[in-house]
Design a protein around this ligand. Structure first.
Ligand code: ATP
Ligand code: MG
Length: 564
């Protein structure tokens, strides 16, 4: 798939790679990796990184590793590892046999740390965490050397080995790089390389009680795997100096380079695992795969397709400056995709009974409906029509305002694929006054088309036949937050205060076109006039149909962008 020779690079990272290739760097190899920490489920921000890293490998005939950055035993779980693999696969990417774990390198990393100690470039410090913080200085003041900074190599080696052997409690000692306590980059002020953490690890069990820190592990894992371009998000820009320092000191055979790009931020949601965990743990959502969550498993269950996510990631591009992407663009992208592929169906979410007085009792006729006007190859289907129907409650108004063109007393409208009907009578519950039924007449001459006399109607309604329709539950999802940036600081409030109380509306008495009884979990449809809906992969069965609204039909993005 090295098809870019002729194409201009589509982002600054491609430009860098192409220059490297031209200069003959890395023997013409391109090797990237996606390095999740298995401490939560992946979200759509991770999808950007996945598409970028795996995409670069595809474009340049290279490789992309899946590497679990599993150096924190207390926050990581096998459940997360499995979910991450499922999500990357679902997005359409394949790491083949290149599944790696930073924990596989613990022996090697330990040996490399010992090498640094022997070369006088690392020392064991015995200050407490608080003291270390105090000694570090500030952005405007240099730090101070720890009193333990000049321990002899022998003493350091002995202490480090005893740390490994479990002789000390958590926090008693750490291993630090010996760089410069006055360095303008605070991360370079003798950063911690190893800490004691007496906790079982999901892969190495109790074999270790010291664990390497991210900055030490990450660059060396890249070097061990011979990664050429190590791509991460902007917040690691300051870590690059340390990345380079470690690799330079240890002169590893492969020398990866780090490049930073802007992380994805989306309006009306949060993209931080810590916050997503909080939403799950405090029960604000039903789980990691709640269809309102921006997790990959959530948007999958909501009905998003992998193609639409990949297209979205292409559209937002890869830049060096942080920005917030309008979620309307994501919604626009899924609409575009589903418009092309989703079969149309009719479903009535809030049913209102309609009796066609002049239609023979007991008769059923089959009418032809188009499966997808965007794709003739998807063909047609037969929809049953009879004397008793359901239409949408909001498609009738007894006393309609001026711009309301749908059904009203005395007014004629079209029923999609069927006939023109005219409302002749409104039946109300004598006690509550609620409208419970409409009596109408139909014009047999309008079957599946226009009136022979040329008279026009201003509205077309969807409907189902009462006797043939299947019942089902429809879950209307909306944005999880009411504020475009829920993280924005406001006095005494947190993002939790901006949860949208109406983000889920469950409708239990919906009537669906009979064919929907066969909908397989995960199958996606356009319910005409209402939006795109998918059969819930967890809750829907033949006996109890449950559909999630993926997205409405109203395209805010197309309006903003003026491109439709
Ligand atoms: P979070 O901030 O959500 O906790 P993280 O950076 O801690 O995310 P990791 O598991 O370390 O999560 O992320 C794996 C990779 O995905 C990293 O390379 C990280 O830079 C990238 N990544 C994480 N969030 C985003 C995002 N919003 N946009 C683009 N890339 C992201
Ligand atoms: Mg991280």
């Amino acid at each position: 798939m090295a098809d870019t020779e002729s194409k201009a690079p589509s982002n600054f990272i491609q430009t860098i790679i192409e220059e490297d290739l031209k200069a003959g760097k890395n023997d013409g190899r391109v090797a990237t990796r996606f390095p999740p920490e298995p401490n939560g489920y992946l979200h759509i921000g991770h999808a950007k990184s996945i598409c970028l890293n795996f995409g670069l490998a595809q474009t340049y005939n290279g490789t992309c590793n899946l590497r679990f950055d599993d150096t924190n035993p207390t926050k990581e779980e096998v459940e997360y590892v499995d979910a991450i693999k499922e999500d990357v696969r679902w997005l359409g990417f394949d790491w083949q046999d290149r599944e790696h774990y930073a924990s596989d390198y613990f022996d090697q990393l330990y040996d490399l740390a010992v090498r640094l100690i022997k070369e006088g470039k690392a020392y064991v410090d015995s200050l407490s965490a608080d003291e270390i913080r105090q000694y570090r200085g500030t952005l405007t003041e240099p730090g101070r050397n720890s009193p333990h900074r000049n321990r002899s190599v022998e003493e350091n080696l002995d202490l480090f080995e005893r740390m490994r052997n479990g002789e000390f409690e958590d926090g008693r000692h750490v291993l630090r790089a010996k760089i410069d306590m006055a360095h303008p980059n605070m991360l370079m002020r003798d950063p911690t390389l190893y800490r004691i953490r007496k906790a079982a690890h999901h892969r190495t069990g109790d074999r270790w009680c010291i664990y390497p820190m991210y900055d030490f592990t990450h660059c060396l894992s890249d070097a061990i795997e011979c990664i050429t371009h190590s791509i991460c998000t902007l917040e690691f820009e300051n870590n690059r100096a340390l990345y380079d320092w470690v690799l330079d000191q240890l002169a590893m055979p492969c020398r990866p380079r780090q490049y930073e790009f802007a992380r994805l931020n989306l309006t009306y949601t949060v993209l931080s695992k810590r916050k997503l965990i909080q939403l799950v743990q405090e029960g604000h959502v039903s789980g990691w795969d709640d269809p309102r969550m921006p997790t990959i498993s959530g948007i999958r269950r909501r009905g998003y397709t992998p193609e639409s996510i990949r297209t979205f990631c292409e559209r937002i591009g890869v830049a060096k400056a942080n920005s917030i992407v309008d979620v309307a663009l994501l919604e626009h992208t899924i609409r575009e995709d589903l418009n092309r592929r989703a079969p149309r169906m009719m479903a009535v979410l809030r049913p209102l009974k309609v009796t066609i007085k002049n239609y023979p009792e007991g008769r059923t006729e089959m009418l032809t409906a188009v499966n997808n006007p965007e794709d003739a190859a998807m063909g047609t289907r037969q929809v049953p029509f009879s004397r008793t129907l359901y239409i949408e409650r909001e498609d009738f108004m007894e006393d309609p305002p001026k711009k309301y063109f749908r059904l009203a007393p005395g007014r004629e409208v079209r029923l999609r694929y069927a006939y023109f009907i005219t409302c002749t009578q409104v039946i109300k519950d004598p006690r509550s006054g609620d409208i419970v039924e409409l009596r109408c007449t139909y014009d047999p001459a309008t079957r599946g088309g226009d009136a022979p006399d040329g008279r026009k109607v201003k509205a077309t309604l969807h409907w189902v036949s009462a006797e043939h329709a299947v019942p089902g539950q429809v879950r209307l999802y909306d944005r999880l937050f009411v504020k475009p940036d829920p993280d924005e600081r406001e006095d005494g409030k947190t993002f939790i205060d901006f949860l949208n109380p109406d983000s889920l509306d469950v409708l239990d008495d919906c009537r669906l076109e009979p064919e929907l009884a066969e909908a397989k979990p995960g199958a996606i449809f356009q319910f005409e006039r209402l939006g795109y809906f998918c059969a819930d992969s967890k809750l829907s069965s033949r006996d109890h149909l449950v559909f999630n609204r993926t997205v409405t039909l109203r395209d805010a993005w197309a309006k903003i962008a003026g491109n439709k």
